[in-house]
Design a protein around this ligand. Structure first.
Ligand code: GLP
Length: 241
C-alpha cells in the first residue's frame, strides 16, 4: 500500500482530486467508484473547480456509488443520492444515465443488488475506487463481523456506525438501520483504490490497517491484499497528532 501522508484535510482533497483527474484525462470513459461521507467532500469541490475551469470533462465517465441507506428515499436529504447530486453531480457534465447508485427504496433488495452487480460487470468493472473509512474500519457499509460479503448485498448497520452517522440526522432514531452496499469482492476487483482518511477519529482504524493482520473485524484490512491501493491521510489519522 502506498501512503501519501498529508499535512491536513486540504492536502488530502487536492491529492485525491489530482489522481482522479489524471485517471479521467488518461481514460475519458473511466468507470469511477464514488464514496460519500464528509471525507471526500473536499475532493469533490476541487473536481468541480477543475470542471468549471474547463480542464476536466466528465461527459464519458460512468459512476457507481458504494452504498445507500435502506430504506431511504432518494429525495431524503440524508440519502447518498441527495449527497452525490448536491456535492458533485449537479455541478459537472456527467451524463445522468451513466450514474449508478443503489436504490434505497427498492421493494426487492436482493434483486436490486443483483442488478447492480450486473451493471458493474457490464461497465467492465471499476477503474478507480474512492473509499473513506468508518471509525470501526468499515469500507462502504461492509461492517466488521465474523464474516464479510464478497458481492453487493443488504446489511445491518452496527451500533458504532449508527452512532457515527447520527450527526447527519435530526435524531438518532431517524438513522436507517440497514444499507445496500457493494461487497468486499467488488471493491477488491477495482483496478486502483484511493482510501482517504482525515482526523483523529480514524487513527485507531488506520493504525490497525497498517499492521500486518488481515481480519474481518477490520474490513479495510482486506485492502492489504490488493496490489494498487493508495492511502491518502493526514497526520492526525496517521496517529501523529
Ligand atoms: C459512512 C459511509 C462510508 C464512509 C464512512 C466514513 O458510513 N458508508 O462509505 O466512508 O462512513 O464517513 P466520514 O467520511 O463522514 O467519516
Amino acid at each position: 500500500m502506498e501512503i501519501l501522508l498529508c499535512n491536513g484535510y486540504d492536502e488530502i482533497s487536492e491529492k485525491a482530486a489530482a489522481i482522479l483527474a489524471d485517471t479521467v484525462k488518461e481514460n475519458p470513459a473511466a468507470v469511477l467508484g464514488m464514496a460519500t461521507g464528509s471525507t471526500p467532500e473536499g475532493m469533490y469541490k476541487r473536481l468541480i473547480e477543475r470542471y468549471e475551469a474547463g480542464t476536466l470533462d466528465f461527459s464519458a465517465v460512468e459512476t457507481f456509488n458504494l452504498d445507500e441507506y435502506y430504506p431511504l428515499a432518494a429525495e431524503n436529504e440524508q440519502s447518498y443520492h441527495y449527497y452525490m447530486n448536491e456535492k458533485l453531480f449537479k455541478h459537472i457534465n456527467v451524463k445522468p444515465e451513466r450514474i449508478h447508485i443503489l436504490n434505497g427504496e427498492a421493494k426487492d433488495a436482493d434483486a436490486e443488488c443483483k442488478a447492480y452487480s450486473n451493471a458493474i460487470a457490464a461497465a467492465g468493472g471499476i477503474d478507480l475506487q474512492i473509499l473513506g473509512i468508518g471509525e470501526n474500519g468499515h469500507i462502504g457499509f461492509n461492517e466488521p463481523g465474523e464474516y464479510l460479503h464478497a458481492d453487493v448485498h443488504k446489511t445491518a448497520l452496527t451500533e458504532s456506525t449508527v452512532n457515527a452517522n447520527a450527526r447527519f440526522f435530526a435524531t438518532r432514531d431517524e438513522v436507517p438501520r440497514y444499507a445496500l452496499t457493494v461487497g468486499i469482492g467488488d471493491i477488491l476487483r477495482a483496478k486502483k483504490i484511493l482510501l482517504l482518511a482525515s482526523g483523529k477519529a480514524k487513527a485507531n482504524a488506520i493504525r490497525a490497517l497498517l499492521d500486518d493482520r488481515i481480519t474481518t473485524s477490520l474490513p479495510a484490512s482486506l485492502l492489504k491484499t490488493h496490489p494498487n491501493v493508495v492511502l491518502i491521510c493526514d497526520r492526525a489519522a496517521f496517529g501523529e497528532e
